[in-house]
Design a protein around this ligand. Structure first.
Ligand SMILES: [Zn+2]
Length: 291
């Protein structure tokens, strides 16, 4: 009960002043796949391709179920903007990422096809395989969709101790960052590099993830400087969230020790550093984590 109260009072970000996206696909309350069977098989392979928000053994293990079967997406639902408070928040933040990336792409003489964002409960079939909620938020490059079960936002506050609307907005902006990487061909290149014998799959994954954090920072830069959505304390909320989902933070909490070779998303310090870099510069060129 106390937790619910906190959810309502911790908002600072002026998200209602942003434009709503009409690209949210709401699967909540529908019968969807993916959550039931816990047969693990594809996991390791699919993981390298999928861009998700947090690593950590407990999440990696439960990421994808349904071994061997070809990925089938859910039947499409009409995209729009949900009417409930949580759904509204998501569609506003997604809308503001569209503002940001539309402008950046058009400056480069390119078009920005925005991603869909699927809200779901428990489990869902995606173009990348079936996923359970335990996977946390992720982006599937095959169907160009972001997937979020909103219970993760509560988990962010309780398990990861990351409070505030801006922490949640950072999660969405990070996944949108993966969509941008997909459009720019970065995910494809990373996947190819991971497939080569010399490629260190985890190290490459870390660079992909840190770049998505930097891109989330770019969104924050424009949300702040162009649309004044950011209030005092918001950037700290994002930086705190970035630290709380650092691989070292999670590993320390879950297994009591840190094993750097198994990092997939980068340390707390790295995730903060790259978000901050994107936020202060607002430039894609400053987000080259592969150098
Ligand atoms: Zn990610």
């Amino acid at each position: 009960m106390i937790r619910e109260a906190n959810l309502l009072t911790s908002s600072a970000m002026r998200w209602r002043q942003s434009r709503e996206s009409q690209n949210v696909q709401d699967y909540r309350g529908r019968a969807t796949g993916g959550g039931g069977g816990m047969r693990l098989g594809l996991g390791g392979i699919v993981l390298a391709v999928i861009a998700y928000f947090v690593g950590g053994p407990q999440l990696v293990m439960s990421l994808f179920s349904g071994a061997g079967s070809a990925p089938t997406s859910e039947a499409p639902v009409q995209p729009g903007a949900p009417a409930d408070e949580a759904g509204q928040f998501v569609s506003h933040v997604l809308g503001d990422t569209e503002e940001t990336w539309n402008a950046i792409f058009s400056q480069a003489g390119r078009e920005y096809p925005p991603p869909y964002l699927a809200l779901f409960d428990e489990g869902i079939n995606t173009g990348c395989g079936s996923a359970s909620s335990a996977a946390g938020p992720f982006y599937c490059p095959n169907d160009r969709k972001l997937y979020i079960d909103l219970t993760f936002f509560r988990q962010l506050e309780t398990e990861f101790a990351a409070q505030g609307d801006f922490a949640k907005a950072y999660v969405i902006a990070h996944e949108v960052g993966h969509h941008v990487q997909n459009l720019l061909g970065t995910l494809e290149q990373a996947r190819a590099a991971q497939g080569r014998a010399s490629g260190d799959a985890n190290a490459i994954q870390v660079r992909v993830e840190l770049q998505a954090d930097c891109y989330a920072g770019i969104w924050a830069h424009y949300a702040d400087s162009q649309r004044q959505l950011v209030e005092a304390g918001d950037i700290d909320e994002a930086l705190n969230a970035a630290a709380s989902v650092g691989d070292d933070t999670i590993q320390k909490r879950v297994q009591g020790q840190v094993n750097q070779e198994s990092f997939t998303h980068g340390s707390a310090a790295q995730r903060q550093q790259w978000f901050r870099k994107g936020y202060s510069s607002g430039s894609v060129d400053d987000c080259n984590t592969f150098q």
